[in-house]
Design a protein around this ligand. Structure first.
Ligand SMILES: O=P(O)(O)OC[C@H]1O[C@H](OP(=O)(O)OP(=O)(O)O)[C@H](O)[C@@H]1O
Ligand SMILES: Nc1ncnc2[nH]cnc12
Length: 188
């Protein structure tokens, strides 16, 4: 039977299409950005119309009930905007340090190949009591997403979920995020 083009995809269908896109289109780069790292570049997934749609629908399928979507600098911005549109809520950019005017909440972290600081505004929007859904492209050590979730919590939000397109399991990020529901569309 033909499926109408505007049919609402089920979660399983979106996950299946997302996994096919990610496994088929991810660009794996050895020794980037530092020796010994195998970097997963999802640029071709996002540049592919059906691939981008699949990952947005897959992430949105686990974010139902969220009141704000937080996208982590930088590829989380692309995803966060799409997911927020799907869920009908607003989007918050969780920025790398130095990009937002004060006052801000800041949280430093380390990741597979370095360290950084993330920031969100501390005066507006008012996040107190709001259900936040945090999005990024890759979960590796979990340092980045843990910092983002801590920032939102400090601002008074309730982090109701964390979701990524690709999880690199051997780097153990999921264990560091054990106080939050974590979803990945694909695991390697
Ligand atoms: O789980 P972790 O070990 O914290 O790593 C995951 C983070 O690493 C990558 O970002 P990166 O810091 O390279 O920044 P970019 O988005 O600005 O390229 C990726 O986009 C995640 O945000
Ligand atoms: N191997 C990796 N590929 C893509 N993003 C990452 N962030 C941390 N480690 C990464």
């Amino acid at each position: 039977m033909d499926v109408p083009e505007d049919a609402i995809p089920t979660r399983a269908d979106a996950f299946e299409r997302a996994e096919a896109a990610v496994s088929g289109l991810t660009r794996w780069c050895d020794d980037f950005p530092t020796p010994g790292v195998r970097f997963a570049d999802l640029t071709p997934v996002f540049a592919d119309g059906p691939g981008f749609r699949a990952v947005i629908e897959g992430l949105a399928a686990v974010g139902a009930g969220a009141e704000i979507v937080a996208g982590v600098d930088a590829r989380g911005f692309l995803l966060g905007g799409g997911v927020a549109m799907e869920l009908g809520c607003g989007v918050l950019a969780v920025r790398k340090a130095g990009k937002l005017p004060p006052p801000v909440h800041s949280q430093s972290y380390s990741l597979e190949y370095g360290a950084g600081t993330l920031e969100i505004p501390s005066d507006a929007p008012d996040l107190r009591g709001r259900r936040a859904f945090v999005i990024d492209d890759v979960l590796a050590t979990g340092g980045t997403l843990l910092a983002a979730a801590e920032l939102l919590t400090r601002a008074g939000a309730e982090v109701v979920g964390v979701a990524v397109v690709l999880e690199i399991e051997e780097l153990g990020g999921r264990a560091r995020l054990d106080q939050y529901p974590v979803t990945s569309l694909m695991r390697v």
